[in-house]
Design a protein. Sequence first.
Length: 110
Amino acid sequence: MLNIRVAGFEWDEGNWPKCAKHGVGKAQIEAMFSNLPAVYPDPAHSTVEQRFLAIGSSDDGRLMLIAFTLRPGGQKVRIRPISARFMHRKEIEHYERQRETARTSPAQDR
């Protein structure tokens, strides 16, 4: 689990058009992060910086998938969304099955 305090979001002409082309607004993206998404490492998509995938709900309950990185700046860290979109039906079904399996499986000792 990723447990970092962030100071906000980093938006510019490099990342905003990639998110907007899928019909997702800045406010929806920012709200999804405040709704406690599941966050997973995404090492397959960058060797230059550490990337993550966040899966969570928008304020209206639609599931979203957001690729992002963290950008430090002095004492602050900002979330830089790379791509964002609403999840497709099959992705939602897969995600919900995985969540249900995790919820009903007994915790394993390590």
